[in-house]
Design a protein around this ligand. Structure first.
Ligand code: 5GP
Length: 239
């Protein structure tokens, strides 16, 4: 009896060990998600105000995430060298301050550090730290979501709503690949606002992120797999 329970304990321990290895991992992944975010949405759903009173009105980088098809939030926090600001600074600091700002608390370097340590470490066999940030900047420059939407007359508005395909179509037309949209639901009680929202806002969701997918080497744009990023059949606000 005792033997059986210790065997079960051993098996359970081994399973936990395996899970741990897989979660911290060696960084095996299938493809990259290049995630751009719309800062006003970050600030709208955050539980405290953003550092800037008026958030930027351009899509900025959230991150470049090596991902698995079976679980796109993995891998993360892989073994490997942690963030070193000196590897980024001389060449890239000014470019990243524009393309990859910390739109929430304004601490850009901390944000880059977190993204590198959580995601960049998992693809460091393909992209070293310098290349990881440089490649992300090039992606941001090459696929300017703000302009792509503007050219399709999709501009921020407090009242106009869009369908998922309204927003995806112009991006697909330019990139020839299917992107992924991620939305945030309207906070029940908007931060710092006593007034109730217009009905168009109450029953909708806010566009938060646009994801472009790249191959294993982060060079070739590929179709993203549609995962639940926005609620189906619910209007989308871009505001
Ligand atoms: P991940 O950590 O997987 O890259 O992304 C999720 C986290 O990133 C969330 O906790 C979200 O709040 C945070 N995040 C997204 N954009 C920003 C930003 O501009 N600044 C900061 N400080 N955190 C951010």
């Amino acid at each position: 009896m005792l033997k059986l329970s210790s065997l079960a304990f051993l098996v359970l321990g081994f399973a936990f060990f395996l899970c741990f290895i897989m979660s911290t991992g060696d960084g095996s992944y299938d493809y990259f998600q290049f995630v751009q975010q719309w800062p006003p949405t970050n600030c709208r759903v955050r539980n405290k105000p953003c550092s800037k009173p008026r958030p930027l009105q351009i899509f900025t980088i959230h991150g470049l995430w090596p991902s698995n098809y079976s679980n796109p939030t993995m891998p993360s926090n892989c073994n490997g060298s942690q963030f070193e600001a000196k590897k980024v600074y001389p060449r890239l600091q000014s470019k990243l301050k524009i393309s990859w700002p910390d739109v929430e608390s304004g601490n850009d370097t901390n944000f880059w550090e977190r993204e590198w340590n959580k995601h960049g470490t998992c693809s460091s066999r393909i992209l070293n730290q310098m290349q990881y940030f440089e490649r992300s900047y090039e992606m941001w420059r090459s696929y300017n979501i703000t302009n792509i939407l503007k050219n399709a007359s999709i501009v921020p508005s407090a009242t106009q709503t869009w369908t998922y395909s309204d927003i995806v179509s112009p991006i697909k037309a330019v990139t020839q690949r299917t992107p992924l949209l991620r939305c945030k639901s309207h906070p029940t009680k908007p931060k710092g606002q006593a007034k109730s929202q217009p009905t168009s806002q109450a029953n909708s969701q806010f566009l938060h992120e646009v994801v472009l997918c790249f191959d294993y080497n982060a060079l070739i744009l590929i179709d993203c797999n549609r995962t639940a990023g926005c609620r189906n059949q619910v209007d989308i606000l871009f505001a």
